[in-house]
Design a protein around this ligand. Structure first.
Ligand SMILES: Cc1ncc(COP(=O)(O)O)c(C=O)c1O
Length: 393
């Protein structure tokens, strides 16, 4: 796949013993999850914002249970997500909604479940605004027109973007009193980008800022450290809200990415015409789909770094089902365990059973250090996904 130098595994210890799980396994470290949620809540509250979690990143029930206790609410992108979110929030927290796909059939239920609904287009707002307005506060997702992501496939501000109304297309006065919703970045560690975005909006459409009833600054940032607080405060100050109008943040990956570990076993090893040892794993990039979508190599742990080049390959029939090349100290053999890091976000939610390869068994690593098996998938799940009866075994 890549002729880039092989990536070296991380040398630090894992927080659990990979031998203790049934592979493939997705382990969620509950301590890391709660730690990320607490840090994010402190960051958001310290800058006068509401801390929401976009459950599209990972929507496992026990993850939502944990996050609902530590944050102010959730953000959903479909009716199903909104239902799931409300089941976990009860009446304790705020639920935000935005989707380009909202239909007239779904709108009444969405209005009943959610506290705030942002409309993705003027057309959606004009057709469905009156249906939603009785139940939820309405907002408009805008496209501030400042591209921050190089790859247009992941750039919400790309020319002709379907995500949000280009700011120059919002008629003066039409958005008065509505919420203003923007989400323009992807896995960024640079909260300065958010400052630039709000600055751009102030230059181009100050009236939208002045007239807005509330703000949602989206997700897309791996919010974490003290520098982030400083930059976030700058962005919020530029809105001139003075605590009078709510400001929401709704990251997904920032809260769950680092808490997830994909543990896999080597099932076969052989040499090909490349000067590398190919190791077939009992997982697939379909369990970590962003490896293929973003063409990145996930960080690896649990093996010694070294000079022996290995190509780590998934078990499916797809030739490009490859995690990439890694440098290891000793040749891998069948039975060896490998662990991919940062597997918490956009993994389980995007996984599928292509080739009938089973999904990873789901585990929690509790704060007491115990590994808890939460859900094991089997042939019945596969048959159901193929259209068979739900109760087959
Ligand atoms: C509108 C909106 N908000 C929030 C998010 C969460 O983004 P992330 O997981 O990168 O923080 C997304 C992701 O696609 C989104 O589209």
């Amino acid at each position: 796949m890549d002729e880039a130098p092989p990536m070296q595994p991380e040398s630090g210890p894992l927080p659990f013993d990979p031998q203790q799980v049934r592979t493939p396994a997705l382990v969620i470290d509950e301590g890391a999850l709660a730690g990320a949620a607490r840090r994010f809540a402190a960051l958001a509250h310290g800058t006068g914002c509401h801390a929401l979690y976009s459950l599209k990143a990972l929507s496992l029930p026990w993850v939502l249970e944990c996050l609902s206790r530590l944050l102010d609410g959730f953000s959903a992108s479909s009716l199903f997500e909104a239902r799931l979110a409300r089941e976990h929030l009860g009446d304790r927290g705020t639920l935000q909604f935005v989707s380009p796909g909202l239909t007239p059939e779904q709108a009444p239920a969405v209005a009943e479940l959610c506290d705030r609904v942002s409309f993705n287009s003027l057309s959606q707002w004009r057709r469905l605004g009156s249906v939603v307005a009785g139940g939820a506060a309405c907002g408009l997702r805008i496209n501030p027109g400042l591209s921050l992501v190089e790859d247009p496939r992941f750039d919400p501000c790309r020319p002709g973007s379907k995500l949000g109304v280009p700011v120059d297309r919002v008629p003066r006065g039409e958005a008065a009193g509505l919420g203003l919703h923007l989400h323009t970045n992807c896995e960024s560690t640079c909260v300065g980008d958010l400052v630039r975005t709000v600055e751009r909006l102030r230059e181009t459409r100050p009236d939208l800022i002045e007239d807005a009833g509330w703000f949602n600054l989206g997700g897309g940032y791996l919010f974490d450290d003290a520098e982030d607080r400083h930059r976030l405060r700058e962005a919020v100050d530029l809105l001139g809200v003075d605590g009078s109008r709510p400001v929401l943040l709704e990251p997904g990956a920032a809260l769950v990415q680092a808490a997830g570990f994909l543990v896999t076993s080597v099932t076969d090893c052989f040499r090909t015409d490349r000067d590398v040892l190919t190791a077939i794993l009992d997982t697939s990039v379909n369990h970590l789909p962003e490896v293929l979508e973003y063409q990145y190599r996930p960080r690896l742990a649990g093996v010694e770094p070294g000079r022996l080049k290995h190509s780590l390959a998934g078990a499916s029939c797809l030739a490009g089902d490859l995690f990439g090349d890694y440098g290891l100290s000793t040749p891998l053999e069948p039975g060896a365990r490998l662990t991919f890091l940062d597997a918490g976000s956009y993994s389980v939610v995007k996984s599928h059973m292509f080739n009938g390869i089973n999904l990873p068994t789901l585990y929690s690593l509790t704060e007491a250090g115990d590994l808890l098996e939460r859900r094991r998938f089997d042939y019945g799940d596969f048959r159901m996904r193929c259209g068979g009866p739900a109760n087959a075994c």
